[in-house]
Ligand binder design. Structure first.
Ligand code: SF4
Length: 210
């Protein structure tokens, strides 16, 4: 099957693809993931470098004001909303979870600023708990162009990928597809002539793409 062949090639092309946000603890990851919505990874990583040096526990964030956090994350888009969500989420961590980031989807998605995609990424990257395929904009675009889905809605694309690939591949899919999306299958125009899977891709050379 073309999708399996293309997947094998992409895995070999990007053997070191990994989660793109810097973190050391599950709490770091939760904060970085909240900040990452509609922001380039580099911007988040630049902000969290100094933020994480000062804020290490949920208590630290829960006791902070939005203005305190804005000193560190001011360059991140929607910084005010995200700062409010981080403070509110950490207050709930302290009140309900002993300051720890929960390890299940239900409790994670009760936290402000955390939807199922973010929860998925936290479970996978902080706890090695694989329950799905978190689909960011690169994953959506590349999966669509490769013909692995006909959908553009993240939940539907995730469901399609979970049907198409065995669970053993779910953790690698977001990292590898994102790496390919950045290196070749870019938006708005991909570099199809340099793409290692262009002979297997139904959208190779096509002008109108997702
Ligand atoms: S051939 Fe082009 S559209 Fe298809 S995966 Fe490669 S870069 Fe993307």
């Amino acid at each position: 099957m073309a999708n399996i062949e293309a997947w094998k090639i992409l895995k070999k092309t990007y053997p070191h693809a990994k989660y793109y946000l810097n973190f050391k603890t599950p709490l770091d990851l939760m904060v970085a993931a909240i900040l990452s919505a509609r922001v380039r990874d580099e911007v988040v990583n630049a902000a969290t470098q100094t933020l994480f040096a000062k804020y290490k526990k949920a208590d630290d964030y829960a006791g902070a004001s939005v203005d305190d956090l804005l000193k560190f994350i001011g360059k991140v888009s929607f910084a005010g909303n995200k700062a409010r969500n981080i403070v509110a989420a950490c207050k709930l961590l302290v009140e309900r979870h002993g300051g720890k980031v929960p390890k299940n989807m239900g409790e994670l998605t009760e936290l402000p600023g955390i939807g199922s995609k973010t929860a998925n990424a936290i479970l996978q990257n902080a706890y090695d708990i694989i329950v799905g395929v978190p689909c960011d904009t690169h994953v959506l675009r590349v999966a669509f162009r490769l013909g692995w889905t006909k959908n553009t809605n993240p939940e539907k694309v995730e469901a399609d990928l979970m049907k198409l690939f065995p669970k053993s591949e779910w953790d690698k899919l977001p990292h590898v597809l994102k790496a390919h999306g950045r290196a070749a299958c870019a938006a708005p125009d991909p570099y199809c002539s340099k793409c290692p899977v262009n002979k297997l891709c139904p959208k190779a050379g096509v002008k109108k793409r997702l």
